[in-house]
Design a protein around this ligand. Structure first.
Ligand SMILES: [Zn+2]
Ligand SMILES: [Zn+2]
Length: 390
């Protein structure tokens, strides 16, 4: 038995049209001007109050229900596309070379807009206030953080905030969300080793940074293996090593870059501290100079238990208890909704979008699975209903 909202189901052709339009006009971080204008125009047409210009292209829609309930629930969708060229062959294909909605944020917007339209039509049945938060720059550029710095939660207070992301690794129409950490922190590091370049046949006349870099890559593996509690997940990946121009000369410098992931702040602290110590010790051991930069990008995404139960109940109302995974394995990927969850209790859910031939996120062949639009919009509607019923 399907618990899809009949109005959401009826709205699928319209949501699909919006989704395809967003898809054809992808805009990357902080450049979502056409996208934001379309979202604002639609929300206003539905009867929502709209404030634009948070974090540049971000916007907040507010719908005050007629029940006089003072509580406020926030629903968030991300708007940005990726600098990834898309594989050709779809009618609604990207019109922008080298850019595409390869993470499905086009679908996220369409599902929240669908719910927003229906909520406005049902305003008399909405007890309190609903805010639709459309944020820019989820991919790497921390649009959520900038919206918060622009006064998001001061100007538009919410009691709880929720996010929804499609997940191709999960069967289409299933939901997955758990209390506690669901996505990892994401930090980046850069290490520049400076020695003395020399003729490759006379290494003793220089200071070899490549040999030092090789030791450093190996030593970095011991952080997770030897410095972190084995019961705490963590990743340290060196992803770039640049140095040298030819085969018969040793270079003066080598640059290493990489990323670290964790689910807890003390693990993040430990990785930064240990990596710094390794770099320092290595420079001393090899008599070279080392510059170390460690940058905290996204914190871990941590779901608050009570809000998680609420969102799980909403998902169960849509697809039944068997369709909801309440203890999925967290992902070592990162998500900037983490910044919102640092400020307000809430939860971040995955909506399965997997189907035969469905590509994974951030892939040129990826396309949002329109078959889940109704489930996503129904989830938002069920969530709002449950939020005010508490
Ligand atoms: Zn993404
Ligand atoms: Zn995404």
């Amino acid at each position: 038995m399907s618990g899809l909202d009949p109005q959401a189901l009826a709205l699928v052709p319209v949501m699909t049209e919006w989704r395809h339009d967003f898809h054809a006009h992808p805009e990357t971080a902080y450049a979502e001007t056409r996208t934001a204008a379309k979202v604002a125009q639609l929300l206003r047409a539905f009867g929502w109050e709209v404030t634009t210009g948070l974090a540049g292209t971000g916007l907040v829609g507010t719908l005050v229900g007629s029940g006089g309930d003072s509580r406020v629930v926030g629903l968030r969708a991300d708007m940005d596309a990726l600098p990834i060229g898309e594989s050709p062959g779809r009618a609604h294909g990207s019109t922008q070379a080298g850019r595409s909605h390869a993470c499905g944020h086009d679908g996220h917007m369409a599902m929240l807009l669908g719910a927003a339209k229906i909520l406005a039509e049902r305003r008399d049945d909405v007890p309190g206030t609903v805010r639709a938060i459309f944020q820019p720059a989820e991919e790497n550029e921390a649009g959520a953080k900038r919206m918060i710095e622009d006064g998001l939660f001061d100007r538009f207070p919410v009691d709880r905030v929720f996010g929804l992301h499609n997940w191709p690794l999960l069967e289409a129409g299933r939901f997955a969300l758990r209390a506690g950490p669901v996505m990892a922190s994401c930090d980046l590091f850069e290490i520049v080793l400076t020695g003395k370049g020399t003729h490759a046949a006379m290494p003793h006349l220089g200071r070899d940074v490549l040999a030092a870099a090789a030791h450093l890559v190996a030593a970095a593996q011991t952080i997770v293996a030897r410095d972190i509690d084995p019961l705490e997940p963590a990743v340290v990946s060196v992803t770039q090593m640049q140095g040298g121009d030819t085969w018969n000369a040793l270079p003066e410098t080598v640059t290493l870059r990489g990323t670290a992931r964790a689910f807890a702040k003390d693990v993040q602290d430990r990785i930064e501290e240990r990596l710094g110590a390794l770099v320092e010790g290595l420079a001393l051991a090899f008599a070279i100079k080392a510059d170390f930069r460690y940058e905290r990008r996204y914190p871990p995404t941590v779901n608050e238990p009570e809000a998680t139960r609420l969102a799980q109940a909403a998902a169960e109302a849509v697809v039944g208890a068997a369709g909801v995974e309440t203890d999925p394995k967290p992902s070592m990927g990162a998500e900037d909704f983490a910044f919102m969850l640092e400020r307000r209790p809430g939860a971040y859910a995955w909506l399965g979008s997997g189907a035969p031939g469905q590509a994974m996120l951030h892939n040129a062949a990826y396309d949002f699975n329109d078959a889940v639009l109704a489930a996503g919009a129904s989830f938002w509607l069920a969530l709002v209903g449950r939020f005010f019923r508490r």
